[in-house]
Design a protein around this ligand. Structure first.
Ligand SMILES: C[S@@+](CC[C@H](N)C(=O)[O-])C[C@H]1O[C@@H](n2cnc3c(N)ncnc32)[C@H](O)[C@@H]1O
Length: 212
């Protein structure tokens, strides 16, 4: 009998054992109406942050800090996470999560503002990792900014790259779904990047900026 793909997905999501810090950050996400990364995406972020040995990372969409804590747990002790969010209440909750996780305050830089205003102010080729989890409409522009911000060999990660699993459904023509289809192809066809789309969570798009 063919095994059920959905069971594999549920198993993968159920495997990470999240501690009280992450569970409290999830509760605050829920209270604030923020959709946090899934447990499997959180675990993947920790692994990717560790594997890239990133020292400088940028996050678009801090939410209540679930993804930030996961990234910070994979980043080395000298690494700094710059995280951007347009909502000050979300940023306050994210800072609470970092503090509860025992992250020294000099390892996070929280910037309040819209990504379209903040990203252009960040330095060219200064970051090892860029994680995007906000505002699907702005994604094509954020991908452009991310390729500018990344050092050669740096990694771009886009969460919910399957737009709540709607991207593979041809009948779904929602603007966000169309944007994610466009971004998937844009990243795939960009010769400066090598990329892979993982079905983890609701899609995790990974790309590494090639060394020229
Ligand atoms: C999906 S949530 C992020 C969840 C977070 N990454 C986590 O896993 O805990 C998206 C966040 O992006 C923020 N946001 C939405 N539009 C934005 C924009 N244009 N610029 C910056 N932040 C934005 C929202 O306030 C929200 O906190």
């Amino acid at each position: 009998m063919a095994a059920d793909k959905h069971n594999s997905w549920s198993y993968t999501e159920g495997l990470p054992e999240e501690d009280d810090t992450l569970l409290r950050a999830r509760d605050r996400s829920h209270e604030l109406g923020v959709t946090a990364v899934t447990p499997a995406v959180g675990a993947a972020l920790t692994v990717l942050a560790a594997a890239t040995k990133a020292v400088t990372a940028v996050e678009v969409g801090a939410g209540a800090g679930v993804s930030g804590v996961c990234l910070l747990r994979g980043l080395g002790p000298q690494a700094v996470l710059t995280t951007i969010d347009a909502d000050v209440d979300h940023l306050r909750a994210a800072r609470e999560a970092y503090s509860e996780a025992g992250i020294p305050s000099n390892r996070t830089r929280t910037i309040s503002g819209r990504a379209s205003d903040v990203l252009p102010r960040l330095t060219d080729a200064a970051y090892d990792l860029v994680f995007i989890d906000a505002d699907k409409g702005g994604l094509p522009a954020y991908v452009d900014q991310a390729t500018r911000l990344l050092k050669a060999g740096g990694m771009l990660i886009i969460n919910d790259a399957l737009d709540q699993d709607r991207v593979p459904e041809p009948a779904v023509r929602e603007p966000s779904t169309n944007t994610l289809r466009q971004v998937g192809k844009l990243v795939r066809d960009d010769e400066s990047l090598v990329s892979a789309l993982l079905p983890t969570g609701t899609g995790l798009l990974l790309a590494v900026k090639q060394r020229s």
